[in-house]
Write a protein that binds this ligand. Structure first.
Ligand SMILES: [Zn+2]
Length: 288
C-alpha cells in the first residue's frame, strides 16, 4: 500500500515536471486569442486616429533623426568616412542651388538591412514596407549605462518593461534608450575609446534579442548608440542573430529621452538604395 502511494506520488511529480511550462487549458488559450484580436482591432483604430491627429494637431510628431553634416557619427572603421556635401551650383552663379553628397550607408541615424551581416539577406530596398511601421517600445537603461558603459540590455530589462506596461505588442520596434545621445555632439565621448582603442558604449545582449525573436513578434530593434552590439564586441553576435532572423536594426536613433516608454508609433523611412546594406533613415514617432 505504502509502496503504491509512493509510486503514485512519483508519477504525479514526473507528470507535472514534464508538462510544458506554457501549458494552458484550452479555454484560457481561447480567451487569450480573443483578447489579442480585440487588442489588435483597438490598435488599428488608434493608429488611424493618430494619423488624423497629425493634421488636427492632436498628435505630436517627434523627429528621431540626427541632421546629416560633417560631424554626424558613423561606424569608425577603415574605409568609412564622414559625410561629404557640397553645392556645385549656387543661386548667385548659376541661378539655382544644387548639391551632391557622399556618405557611408552606416552613418547617422540609419537602418541596418539583414544583408549587412547575412549572405543572401534582405537588402535595404526590399525590407517589407509594413515592417517599417511599428509600436514604439522604449526600454530605459540610462541609469545602468551611466554606471557601466559596456551595459547590455538584458531579458530582465524587457521583463521589467512588460511588468510595468503590458506584453510587448506584435509589430513592435523595440528601442534601447541608454542616454548615449547626450554625447553625440562630442564624437570622442560618443565612441568612448580606451587607451587600447577599444570602444565602450552600451548595446543589446543576445539573450534579450533571442527572447524578442522567439517569444515576441517584433518588427525591429534599435538604439541610441553607434551599434546594436556593445562597444567592445568583435563578433557582432547581436547583428548576426537579428539579421539571420530577417529583421532589420536601427542605430544612432536620436531624442529617445523625449519618448514615452509606450504609446508611440514609429514610421521608419530609409533611403531606397538598391541592394544596399543599410542607409540613412528619417524616423518619425507619432505620440498622442
Ligand atoms: Zn549600421
Amino acid at each position: 500500500m505504502k509502496k503504491s502511494r509512493l509510486l503514485l506520488t512519483v508519477v504525479i511529480f514526473l507528470g507535472l515536471w514534464l508538462l510544458p511550462p506554457n501549458h494552458l487549458p484550452a479555454q484560457k488559450e481561447e480567451a487569450q486569442k480573443v483578447g489579442k484580436e480585440i487588442t489588435k482591432r483597438a490598435r488599428r483604430i488608434a493608429g488611424k486616429d493618430r494619423l488624423d491627429g497629425v493634421l488636427s494637431g492632436r498628435t505630436r510628431v517627434l523627429d528621431l533623426t540626427y541632421p546629416l553634416n560633417a560631424q554626424t557619427p558613423y561606424w569608425p572603421a577603415p574605409n568609412y568616412e564622414p559625410l561629404k556635401h557640397e553645392f556645385f551650383a549656387t543661386l548667385e552663379k548659376d541661378g539655382v542651388l544644387s548639391g551632391r553628397y557622399c556618405a557611408p550607408e552606416h552613418l547617422g541615424t540609419h537602418v541596418d538591412a539583414p544583408n549587412h551581416f547575412e549572405r543572401g539577406g534582405i537588402p535595404l530596398d526590399k525590407i517589407a514596407l509594413d515592417d517599417l511601421f511599428g509600436y514604439a517600445v522604449v526600454i530605459n537603461v540610462r541609469g545602468k549605462a551611466a554606471s557601466n558603459p559596456d551595459y547590455r540590455v538584458s531579458p530582465a530589462d524587457l521583463q521589467e518593461w512588460e511588468r510595468k506596461n503590458h506584453e510587448i505588442p506584435d509589430g513592435a520596434i523595440v528601442l534601447a534608450y541608454t542616454g548615449w545621445g547626450e554625447r553625440v555632439e562630442n564624437l570622442e565621448q560618443y565612441q568612448n575609446k580606451d587607451s587600447q582603442g577599444v570602444m565602450h558604449f552600451p548595446g543589446w545582449s543576445t539573450e534579450a534579442v533571442d527572447f524578442l525573436l522567439r517569444a515576441r513578434n517584433i518588427n525591429a530593434i534599435g538604439m541610441d548608440t553607434l551599434s546594436m552590439d556593445y562597444g567592445p564586441s568583435k563578433d557582432f553576435a547581436v547583428h548576426h542573430l537579428l539579421m539571420s532572423a530577417g529583421k532589420y536594426g536601427l542605430e544612432n536613433v536620436a531624442h529617445l529621452d523625449q519618448m514615452p516608454p509606450r504609446g508611440g508609433f514609429l514610421i521608419v523611412s530609409p533611403i531606397k538604395i538598391e541592394g544596399g546594406s543599410g542607409g540613412q533613415a528619417r524616423i518619425y514617432a507619432l505620440i498622442e
